[in-house]
Design a protein around this ligand. Sequence first.
Ligand SMILES: Nc1ncnc2c1ncn2[C@@H]1O[C@H](COP(=O)(O)OP(=O)(O)OP(=O)(O)O)[C@@H](O)[C@H]1O
Length: 712
Amino acid sequence: MEDFQSAYQEEKARLDRTLEEIEKQLIALRSIPEYTGHDFTEQVLEASRQSEREQLERSFREPYFGRLDFGEQGKPGTPYYIGKLGVGDPGGKEPIVIDWRAPLASLFYSFTGGESASYEAPEGMIEGLVYLKRNVVIRKGILERVADTYNRDSEGPAVSDEFLVYRLGENKDNRLRDIVSTIQAEQDLIIRAAKNTALIIQGVAGSGKTTVALHRLAFLLYQYKEQITAERMIIFAPNHMFIDYISEVLPELGVGDIQQSTYSDWAAQILGLDTPPQDGSETLTHWFDVTNTKLGRLNDDELPGRFKGSLKFKGILDAFLENIESYCVPPLDFEPWEGAVLSHADILQWFEGEYRHYPVARRKERVLSRIHRWIEMELKKSPSLAAMKERKKKAQQREKAYAKKWPELEPVSLYQELFRAKKSMNAGFPDMSEYIPKSIWKETQTYLKKQTMKEEDLAALLYLFTCINEIEGHMTFDHVVIDEAQDFSPFQVLVLDRFVKGHSFTILGDLSQGIHYYKGVQSWDEMASLFRPEETAYFALTRSYRSTMEIIEFANEILKRGVGAELLAVPVFRSGDPVRLQSAVGDHRETSISQVLEVALSGSYRTAALLTRTLQEAKQLYEYLIDQGIEVHLIDGDKGQYAGGISVLPVYLSKGLEFDAVILTDVDTGHYGPGDAKLLYVGCTRALHELWLLHGDILPDYISTDTPENGL
Ligand SMILES: Nc1ncnc2c1ncn2[C@@H]1O[C@H](COP(=O)(O)OP(=O)(O)OP(=O)(O)O)[C@@H](O)[C@H]1O
């Protein structure tokens, strides 16, 4: 207690000094009048002062969160303070606060106890001793908590989890938060991994994948500031609501302007489509239909998403395009008017000779504009103005007709051509129908005729785009994050790689949460095979930070029994209430649900979710609760924003989100079949503190009934 008091006093004094210094710097900066003129250099200087002012203001509220006492070999320990942003000392050599991304700060995360410690600095490996690792909580400039997670002078060599457990026990608000003060060593390795690598991360539910990926972006921007820009980095997330849910982490880390998109939105923009095809609620309802027991047992050739996401489909497109150059140029001379002839041989020479370095769509464009210029030159040779006019009119019509004889070199038209019936295909294109499963070929042909497309077609369309067009500089990325990557297909990633410099990817997901069995991957080897071994690195995160031990153990049991999974989540030692099973059938179903909701929310929890099996049930429950005067939000897959509070949603839409309390309804064999263990696993692992399962008569056999029934 005495130690704690003195540590608190010591930190209080240090905080006062730091705040004083920050204030001094702020006053100095604010005293410089704001520049509003037109001189470019001055404008740049003003922008930099403005950003410095904003950073100092943020540092003033929370200057740092950690202290590390470190001494190089043979030297005594020096205290270093680590914050979300570094604060320089105009008068001294050492910064007052070290940015969490700086090399020395890595020790704060990677040091897990033991005799010596080292970190990689620009000048080489630095070795020494860690004397103290201390967490401090400062809110609005006030010191709230001091907790030592390692002290060389006290008993026990390892770094304690106490502060982490305290942090995890807090209730969450509506958005995902940064974790700079408690990044764990295994997460830090991922955050600081080298840029030009395709990182593939398999992480159990709640292992911090999304959070870590966002921190990695902030790190890369700091570490490679000369080579990369925020605008050229992108996070692909499963839907707009998820983008909204994660939207506060990067600004909190002082990083803005990173693009956040769904694959569909991005693809639509590249392809110039007016509306991006989405996996809307209609498609999801189809694939998550409880009554269709056949759905979970279809093979890849019966699942359009998996077939069109496979490298086999890419092979079909390659074969389709293989000879495209040979049938691009129409096999005839061009004659704009009688007597003026541009031979087929000349046109071919332009297309296959002079312009051969360009992609085909560009070559077509170049050849056609050269023909146009040739016409203009020829027109000038006309014997009279009247003859010239006459020729021009004719030439315009014939030029148009000639251009139409060229195949349309545009991704959507080519894709439609691929699915066209043999008899109506344009000359030269090979018939690939025998290589595409009949049902998929027919279905795709039908909707393409109606000028509609599905999300599953986007990888192929983008691939066609990259085969016939050049990828311009403004389309490329310095780094790409793919979240929920188990739902991405190898073909999607292969196409994306064409837009990414140096295969700089962070690909993260959890195969145990692969509930969209109709698309995505079943093994990470499918992704790794897209890159050379030296370009990839694989990480596994097995520790789960979100839920209590009771919830993790319960969810693990579902995976063990339901899918025979062996790689299970290891909980952080944070204990809570037991998972509760509660019968809620027939007439009592709805009243039980609202009673449980009341109990679950009687504490200090801020967010709760009612997870139903289907969208239809979510809608009904939502109506019922609204009628009861309870304020709830329906999440139906089409919403762009996450409102927090109490949410009602089908379990398959809960992926990626988390809630203080989760109530799963209708957990019985009527709603969850033998193939639905992963779906329930996803639902259960959304809960931070409390989990309730409301059920009918027979529970699925992968639910552990060791958990006692808890009457209300
Ligand atoms: N080192 C950490 N310190 C504190 N909290 C952490 C840490 N790592 C993760 N968390 C918390 O754990 C929760 C889960 O994190 P996140 O959503 O990033 O995990 P995930 O692996 O993407 O989850 P899922 O796949 O289940 O959606 C979040 O509340 C996050 O703040």
